[in-house]
Design a protein around this ligand. Structure first.
Ligand SMILES: NC(=O)C1=CN([C@@H]2O[C@H](COP(=O)(O)OP(=O)(O)OC[C@H]3O[C@@H](n4cnc5c(N)ncnc54)[C@H](OP(=O)(O)O)[C@@H]3O)[C@@H](O)[C@H]2O)C=CC1
Ligand SMILES: CCCCCCCCCCCCCCCC(=O)[C@@H](N)CO
Length: 439
């Protein structure tokens, strides 16, 4: 039984926001009913099956018979169960069945095959960007990493060479640039095109960026502006230079008949749900999400022109994607911890930061499935669900169910986050400038 009352009293945070033991019996209810409608289900199913006459077995498991007794057993088992509980368990059950069907079902075509393709990764010298670079190198891509510090870029290129699927075929390169400067982004695309024998890159993945947490009034206003430059403008400048190149009209003879190009943004789940102490950073990430949603629609005009295959059109189809990681155990993360207020650390304690390699692998698998807004763990998906709004869905059924479920969960979570901030102030008074309690 879902212990709603108990949950209210205990607070989600004390339960780590998610109590499997509370949900499990509920989730199992419909499956229990489905326990092959053995009226005497005190015995276990295999034992009954082994004793059963084969003809009876066939009769019982004949689909129409199975169906009708499934529903009649559902009905009898639910006799003592209230309608909301029944609805909730059916919803959870549907999600599980749907997810399993998606995982093992047919139609798993690779929508992101990078073998032999040329990929540009901004922020590819460390953290998640470097992990993505290594992973794509292992999948056979030619990779160019971009960041400001040359020494880290050189190491990244050497590491990619050791990871390469085919050392003789693949090539690697780095470009040192500050992506807050739009002219530098134009230079990168031009330089990569020259290096790639005149062909534009096939994939551009924007990973550059870092967070400087702090309370809004404590962080000097210039630093808020710098965060917008680092978080939003590095991505927007890169996207602008890339799309201006990719979307140039070319004659039908120059249009690629099979290849698809991918522009990938790296956002944060903070673009979905606010957390105290991230005001310098979250607005820039929310702006990336808005840019991504707008582009995912606008790009269809170009894709439509390309699909007609008559007259001038862009050289290839373009897909937009955005990845929303939770915490990543990167050098950037270690750095942000230095200015992160204690209250922020407490509010995000439900998050268990992931290794960069794991984030990269999960994101790449999602791209291979053709997803648009990509999250990397359960809490991230819940945060996405509650804020999905007008964004295109990865799957109508899955995302809609996720959205319903997470709206219910966040009815509790958002007031809880605010209460925690209030209680913190009541207990500790005003913070000192570095965010630690003043007293
Ligand atoms: N770490 C986390 O917990 C989370 C991070 N993210 C996001 O994921 C992405 C990767 O983060 P993370 O793995 O922590 O990365 P790191 O902070 O460890 O690395 C950041 C990378 O970006 C480069 N970079 C930073 N500023 C610029 C610039 N102006 N021009 C060019 N390159 C730049 C850095 O190199 P250099 O300094 O040499 O230029 C480095 O390669 C970021 O967009 C981040 O906002 C999202 C959620 C959580
Ligand atoms: C069942 C649902 C429960 C929901 C609970 C909500 C808890 C919020 C956790 C917030 C974690 C923020 C991670 C982003 C980190 C990030 O982007 C920075 N590290 C910047 O680099």
């Amino acid at each position: 039984m879902l212990q709603f009352h108990a949950l209210k009293r205990q607070k989600w945070s004390d339960l780590g926001y998610f109590s499997v033991t509370d949900l499990l019996p509920q989730v199992c209810l419909p499956f229990r009913c489905c326990a092959f409608h053995f009226e005497d289900n005190q015995q276990d199913a295999p034992a009954i099956l082994s004793k059963m006459d084969p003809r009876e077995l066939i009769a019982r498991f004949h689909p129409p018979q199975l169906f009708s007794s499934f529903f009649s057993s559902l009905h009898s088992s639910y006799n003592n169960t209230s309608t909301p509980v029944l609805g909730a368990s059916t919803l959870i059950c549907t999600i599980i069945v749907y997810t399993i069907a998606k995982m093992f079902g047919p139609g798993s075509r690779n929508e992101f095959n990078v073998e032999g393709q040329t990929v540009v990764i901004t922020g590819g010298s460390e953290g998640m960007g470097k992990a993505v670079a290594l992973e794509l190198s292992a999948k056979g891509a030619n990779v160019v990493v971009v960041a400001r510090t040359v020494s880290k870029l050189v190491t990244a290129v050497n590491d990619m060479k050791t990871k390469a699927a085919n050392k003789f075929k693949q090539k690697f390169h780095y470009i040192s640039a500050d992506l807050t400067d739009p002219a530098e982004c134009e230079r990168i695309i031009a330089e990569v095109t020259t290096w790639n024998s005149g062909a534009a890159p096939d994939v551009v993945w924007c990973c550059a960026g870092f967070s400087r947490p702090g309370f809004f009034v404590d962080v000097p206003i210039q630093e808020h502006r710098q965060q917008m430059d680092t978080v939003y403008w590095t991505a927007a400048n890169t996207a602008h230079a890339t799309l201006r190149n990719w979307l140039q009209p070319v004659l039908p003879s120059a249009q690629m008949k099979t290849t698809r190009r991918h522009l990938i943004f790296t956002c944060s789940t903070l673009a979905f749900v606010p957390i105290t102490g991230y005001s310098p950073y979250s607005p820039g990430k929310a702006a990336i999400r808005s840019l991504s949603d707008t582009l995912s629609q606008e790009i269809e005009m170009y894709n439509g022109a390309y699909k007609r295959h008559r007259g001038a059109a862009p050289a290839a189809d373009v897909r937009i994607h955005t990845v929303f990681p939770m915490g990543i155990l990167s050098p950037g993360f270690d750095n942000e911890e230095k200015t992160k207020p204690e209250l922020t650390k407490k509010l995000e304690e439900a998050d268990k930061p992931q290794a960069p390699a794991d984030v990269a692998k999960i994101a790449i698998s999602a791209l291979e499935r053709g997803e648009y807004l990509i999250t990397t763990n359960f809490i991230g998906s819940m945060m996405k669900g509650t804020s999905l709004g007008a964004s295109p869905k990865n799957s109508i059924v899955g995302d809609t169910l996720l959205s319903c479920l997470s709206h219910l969960v966040f009815l509790q979570v958002i007031p809880d986050l605010r209460n925690k901030a209030f209680t913190w102030g009541k207990r500790n008074g005003l913070p000192s400038a570095n965010g630690t309690p003043a007293s």
